[in-house]
Ligand binder design. Structure first.
Ligand code: PSU
Ligand code: MN
Length: 307
């Protein structure tokens, strides 16, 4: 077995290395959303489109994944295609999976929010855009299914820009968990948590901030006084792409019934539910998903530039 230390496990593209060395803004992007969150070929098209959007907004995109036994930040187009074509055959890598994937260099590793935060933080990247974070699942009082994304947010200093949590999760319990972990939830131009496909829930965010500059200033204050850990920035899906709340609620509850009937548990639940919901809504939810990721990338770029 090879022995590995953090410096030789980490692999930054030349562009990311230079950007970080010269203090240019960088936005991290995850790869589980490519392999498990969207179907081929929209997954790769979206990943590349999001990278372009980040560039158009003045920052450098760093898509993160694990290839050839290395933690890579700044994947090439060919590497993004490899992950996108592998789809669910890629390994969905969260914190607990990292050492195993490093020891199996033939595997394709797609990083969740938690694993992407870890690698971004090692590289020195502070802002990360995605679609949705994992959370406390409905029924967690029985299953204990709580995403490792939440505990990662408690300790790793990266701001995660997302569209809130979809109601496959228990948003109330997710909020409580984040509070316990000391993770602030900022609403970008919203006073309530958005619900991913839709713009509003009944749950307030902790603080509403309306500009990238205000968010960047808050991140600087937090980290400059040594308060390690992440921040969630919730951005509602743009009005034009938001889904109808009652259609979404019925699609989600049908998908949850199917999941329970099929006995799907653990790390397979989120990918299963996303795919079922896309099928039930005849692809509408996928289009909304794509548009909200693009929008989050724009907000994240603004924060990275200001930071
Ligand atoms: N939510 C989405 N799309 C996704 C995910 C969540 O709308 O692709 C992925 C992210 O990578 C997130 C992961 O980190 O699912 C959470 O999985 P789990 O609940 O197993 O921790
Ligand atoms: Mn889980």
């Amino acid at each position: 077995m090879n022995s590995t230390n953090a410096t030789d496990a980490l692999c930054l593209s030349d562009e990311i290395k230079q950007a970080l060395d010269s203090g240019r803004p960088v936005v991290a992007l995850e790869s589980t959303i490519i392999s498990h969150g969207m179907p081929w070929p929209q997954n790769v098209e979206t990943a590349l489109k999001v990278e372009n959007i980040v560039r158009e907004h003045g920052a450098v995109p760093a898509t993160i994944g694990i290839l050839d036994g290395r933690l890579c930040a700044g994947l090439t187009q060919a590497q993004i295609e490899t992950i996108g074509k592998a789809g669910p055959a890629a390994v969905k890598v969260s914190r607990r999976d990292l050492p195993f994937i490093l020891q199996n260099s033939s595997l394709i590793g797609a990083t969740t929010v938690a694993a992407t935060m870890i690698i971004a933080s090692m590289a020195g990247i502070r802002v990360f855009a995605t679609g949705g974070i994992g959370g406390v699942h409905r029924g967690a009082e029985n299953t204990m299914d709580i995403s490792a994304d939440l505990s990662e947010l408690g300790k790793t200093s990266v701001a995660v820009v997302c569209a809130g949590a979809k109601s496959i999760l228990d948003i109330g319990l997710t909020r409580e968990y984040l509070e316990t972990q000391g993770v602030p939830v900022i609403g970008y131009q919203t006073e309530v948590w958005p619900a991913f496909y839709t713009r509003r829930t009944e749950f307030p965010v902790d603080y509403q901030l309306d500009s990238a500059d205000d968010i960047a200033a808050t991140l600087r204050s937090k980290w400059s006084i040594g308060l390690d850990g992440g921040v969630v920035v919730c951005v509602p899906v743009p009005e034009a792409y938001a889904m109808d709340e009652s259609i979404m609620e019925s699609a989600i509850s049908k998908a949850l019934d199917d999941m329970n009937n099929l006995g799907i548990t653990g790390k397979d639940t989120t990918p299963f539910l996303l795919e079922r919901i896309a099928k039930i809504t005849a692809g509408d939810s996928l289009e909304t998903n794509i548009q909200l990721v693009i929008n989050n990338a724009i907000v994240a770029s603004g924060i990275a530039c200001s930071l």
